[in-house]
Design a protein around this ligand. Structure first.
Ligand code: BDR
Ligand code: CA
Length: 314
């Protein structure tokens, strides 16, 4: 089984991605980075998620609770309006039965990669603060990471947090820039792919509910607030699953129907464009491609993977 580390800012969509990773991979650990909601709540959410599938042996490591280099003056933006005040659809699950590890996330990432050179892939479903800091502390890991899968950015501006930027890149663009330029073999699944292909419509929510499994119930619970938010704010009957799409692609690359390698960079300064991911599709900058960018998804196959995960959690 392929070894992975998941770096997450655990809200509802991250939890389903974690369950998808636990279904498909040998998950060596879960690292937490600042993002969607209160940092300690995110740690609890990750611990609770492992309990849902009885995998309480998977260690959870707290990392940085927000950007720590670059423009740290920018106020950290959390999104309780999207995911609920607990990040879990206002489900207010009980406190997890165990605590997180004492070690720092980036030390866990560095040590694990050094101990398993060429064998560990990273599934990055949060702002890239932890990954960037791990690279800064030990640049040698860049050659030892098997593959880095990133849910973040967007193919030339279809933002979700501001018009020009996707949330994970917007929160810590300096980290995103450092990671993209690190030379690691990487794949980016941007927000544009998630709006087009990761959307589960209300009818599909009903279909999932009909499985009658604990997995289906958990999916329903954690998606409650985002479902309402999408209806009210976006007039959309359904929920997007960006982090799950990323993990599913890592598990089964056939889901990524089309991809190309491009030079990708991130705007760190723009007044309106901070966090904007520039994908140089026509090679105008003359720079070597650094990122494989997902351009089309087999939605049916993705859905099949998601359904399998939720049916399997009895
Ligand atoms: C990303 O931002 C977060 O809110 C989600 O968990 C996902 O990782 C989507 O832009
Ligand atoms: Ca996330």
């Amino acid at each position: 089984m392929i070894k992975v580390i998941i770096d997450t800012d655990t809200a509802g969509d991250d939890t389903i991605a974690i369950l998808t990773a636990l279904h498909n991979f040998d998950v060596l650990g879960i690292t937490i980075t600042g993002g969607n909601v209160d940092f300690n709540q995110q740690i609890d959410n990750a611990l609770y998620t492992t309990q849902v599938v009885g995998k309480t042996d998977i260690p959870v490591y707290p990392g940085y609770s927000g950007p720590i280099f670059g423009n740290t003056e920018q106020e950290h933006t959390t999104v309780e309006d999207v995911h609920g005040s607990d990040g879990m659809g206002d489900s207010f699950f009980p406190k997890p039965e165990r605590s997180a590890e004492a070690a720092h996330a980036i030390d866990f990432i560095i040590d694990t990669i050094n101990e398993n050179p060429g064998e560990v892939s990273l599934l990055a479903i949060a702002p890239l603060t932890n990954i960037a800091m791990a690279i800064k502390k030990d640049p040698g890991i860049t050659e030892k990471i098997e593959h880095l899968y990133i849910m973040g950015g967007t193919n030339n501006a279809l933002g979700n947090i501001v018009p020009a930027a996707e949330y994970n890149f917007y929160v810590d663009p300096e980290a995103a820039k450092l990671v993209l330029q690190s030379g690691i073999e990487m794949t980016m699944v941007g927000w544009d792919m998630c709006t087009d292909y990761s959307l589960m419509f209300d009818e599909e929510h009903d279909e999932i509910e009909s499985f009658g499994t604990a997995g289906a119930q958990f999916f329903k619970d954690v998606n409650k607030v985002v479902k309402k938010f999408n209806k009210e704010v976006h007039k959309l009957n359904g929920t997007t699953h960006p982090d799950t799409l990323l993990v599913a692609i890592a598990a089964d690359e056939r889901i990524m129907e089309k991809s190309n390698k491009y030079y990708v960079d991130v705007e760190t300064k723009g007044e309106l464009t901070r966090g904007y991911s520039l994908v140089d599709i026509n090679g105008r900058l003359g720079k070597d491609p650094n990122v494989r960018v997902c351009e089309k998804v087999d939605r049916d196959l993705f859905k099949e993977h998601l359904y399998d995960v939720l049916k399997d959690i009895k």
